[in-house]
Ligand binder design. Sequence first.
Ligand SMILES: [Fe+2]
Ligand SMILES: [Fe+2]
Length: 164
Amino acid sequence: MKKKNKIEFYYIVDDILSLEEFQKLKKINHHGITRYDHSLRVSYYTYLITKKLHINYEAATRGALLHDFFFDEVDEYKEIFKLRRHPNFASLKASQYFSLSMIEQDIIKRHMFPITFTPPKYLESWIVDIVDDICAIFEKGYVTKRDLKAAFLFLFLFFLNYFR
Ligand SMILES: [Fe+2]
Ligand SMILES: [Fe+2]
């Protein structure tokens, strides 16, 4: 992380990271790492991409950090329902502690599209959806770090082109 980016990133998410309930994600296994580390990674890459694109990077960064803020609420469901229902539980949990903007709510609720059926409404939400998928693939160990960088570069160039 570059120092300037790091300072701004932590400024945006400081209240979330210091919340005791959110800290409990450090004890939850998620794609072979902790859910806390996964969320932090998705949030930081989202921050870098959305800032470059001059869109609402604060909402995107916060929404990304909160996108998997759930615990054992889905344990009783089968795998496919876990995948479909956890965004709603994360949205409920996040709104207990923070007042969420429309973009933040959309990011959390729609981050599993197309497994959930309603597509994201905002570009910020699309980016989190894609970044989350790429991070999940990387974390599961299917691709190397170099592949991850190439995927992010592709994503970045795609969105730059989209806005020209
Ligand atoms: Fe998720
Ligand atoms: Fe995730």
